[in-house]
Design a protein around this ligand. Structure first.
Ligand SMILES: Nc1ncnc2c1ncn2[C@@H]1O[C@H](COP(=O)(O)OP(=O)(O)OP(=O)(O)O)[C@@H](O)[C@H]1O
Length: 464
């Protein structure tokens, strides 16, 4: 059975305290105090649900000064604790001042029992609701903090990135995050959101560039039932889901021109129509976008609208590839090792010095995501106490230069490489043989020119 609510009665007149105690004891657990000091002592030591207090304590005073001070202190102690003040008949100013200072209600002496009880019940209930909602809020923010992916960023190359996040996260500026495939652009976007005033509101991520044109509008703006054959019910779009919060548009560089126009309009006006509806909806959304393509070139070659770029890149964050922040490889590897081991219910192993050397010498065309996959594989493959270099499945010390070079031409021995790595090396070899000519390399690889460009972008290889 739930225990009865706990009330503290505070008055220096013992006959009043006693009368109240008799009235309230059937419904409440009653504590009493005769002075402000005693009130604070009880309030500090007991979980209370309400304080019913007089405003005057020193004999013959009527100013209420002591009561107001006590009220302030109680609110400092616990702003959610409801306080109801008692005032002498006719001193309404005192009651008004007490309410201004945070008392939830007041009763006049002599009180009318039924009314007093009703007032106390209401305030106990409201106070309980307030406390529950505060608790839920705290719980939600704790969970958010826990879900926030850990970000390893100690390398010198990450310093400017961290400084920029700190500076622009709290603003409402639209930010464009530039970086190769798998460098952690979404991680940066989440950090920005968590560091903003929108942190308690939703963060919605959408792969904008990966949506088919027919899905794009419905995904972003929603649709109404019957808008098209498959629209069996209304659907809320990402803009509306992110209202008040942050919308992260990934792969923005791959967005076809027709969709760029639609996106630009919403960003300019904050207004949109769900597919099949003529009703205008509004959403207050901060847009963070990311791309791994050379967006300047996309604009220069007419594939990306300059006006949209200006809307998206109020601030630009350049996320360096993993090969430019090798100092973080150890920390990232350990982090992924711990996470993956926990996921598979395995004891976390250490990383042998040989494995660590192999990790730091690898060129990481797939960046942090590739490192994550390598660590996942190694957890499954390892048999010893420590992860050995062989468990990583990496080519032995890869001496291939950074991805930007066109001379990388590792031997045709692909054993132990991931599909992604094999593709990377095949492209590098084809480019090297074609003297950097993308058309020739595409022919040699049996790809169309644009398909090869897409792969070059995906691997962060700069050709020509
Ligand atoms: N600095 C980092 N610290 C810890 N984990 C990271 C870091 N950067 C990236 N990761 C992890 O690496 C993976 C890839 O990161 P993310 O998805 O953010 O990359 P991306 O650049 O957005 O990828 P894409 O180009 O495919 O959109 C994720 O699992 C992410 O949690």
């Amino acid at each position: 059975m739930a225990s009865s609510p706990r009330i503290l009665i505070a008055d220096d007149q013992s006959d009043i305290v006693e009368a109240l105690r008799l009235l309230l004891k059937r419904e409440f657990t009653v504590h009493t105090a005769a002075s402000p000091a005693a009130v604070l002592e009880v309030a500090a030591g007991e979980e209370l649900d309400l304080v019913l207090m007089d405003l005057n304590y020193a004999r013959d005073t009527t100013s209420g000064k002591e009561g107001f001070e006590l009220l302030d202190k109680l609110r400092e102690l616990d702003a959610t604790l409801p306080v109801v003040v008692m005032t002498a008949w006719g001193s309404i100013e005192g009651a008004v001042e007490a309410v201004r200072r945070g008392a939830r209600d007041y009763v006049q002496k002599p009180w009318e029992s039924a009314r007093l009880l009703a007032t106390l019940r209401t305030q106990v209930e409201l106070g309980g609701a307030l406390r529950r909602s505060r608790r839920l809020e705290q719980e939600a923010s704790r969970q958010r903090a826990q879900q926030l992916p850990k970000m390893i960023a100690n390398a010198p190359a990450m310093k400017p990135v961290l400084a920029l996040i700190e500076r622009v996260a709290p603003s409402d500026a639209n930010v464009l995050i530039l970086g190769e495939h798998g460098t952690g652009k979404e991680v940066i976007a989440r950090r920005m959101h968590e560091g903003s005033l929108r942190a308690s509101k939703p963060f919605v991520a959408v792969d904008a560039g990966g949506l088919s044109p027919s899905l794009f509008e419905s995904e972003l703006f929603g649709h109404v039932r019957g808008a098209f054959t498959d629209a069996k019910t209304d659907r809320v779009g990402c803009f509306e889901l992110a209202d008040g919060g942050t919308l992260f548009l990934d792969e923005i560089g791959n967005l076809p021109i027709a969709q760029q126009v639609k996106l630009l309009r919403v960003i300019q006006t904050g207004e949109f129509h769900p597919v099949g509806s003529s009703r205008t909806r509004r959403a207050n959304v901060r847009v963070l976008a990311a791309t791994n393509v050379d967006i300047g070139r996309e604009v220069a070659e007419g594939r990306f609208r300059e006006d949209l770029l200006y809307r998206l890149n109020t601030v630009e964050v350049h996320l360096p590839p993993l090969r430019e922040r090798r100092e973080d490889i150890g920390g990232l590897a350990a982090h992924f090792l711990e996470r993956v081991s926990a996921r598979y219910g395995k004891a976390a192993r250490s990383i042998s010095p040989g494995a660590m050397r192999a990790l730091t010498e690898h060129t990481w065309p797939g960046n942090v995501r590739e490192l994550e996959h390598v660590m996942e594989r190694s957890v499954l493959m390892a048999i010893g106490d420590a992860i050995a270099a062989e468990d990583l499945g990496l080519r032995k010390p890869a001496h291939a230069p950074a991805a930007a070079s066109s001379t990388a031409s590792p031997s045709g021995d692909d054993e132990g490489l991931t599909l992604d790595q094999i593709e990377y090396h095949a492209i590098q070899r084809a480019l090297a043989r074609a003297g950097g000519n993308v058309n020739d390399a595409a022919v040699a690889l049996g790809l169309s020119r644009s398909a090869l460009y897409r792969r070059l972008q995906a691997h962060g290889i700069k050709a020509g």
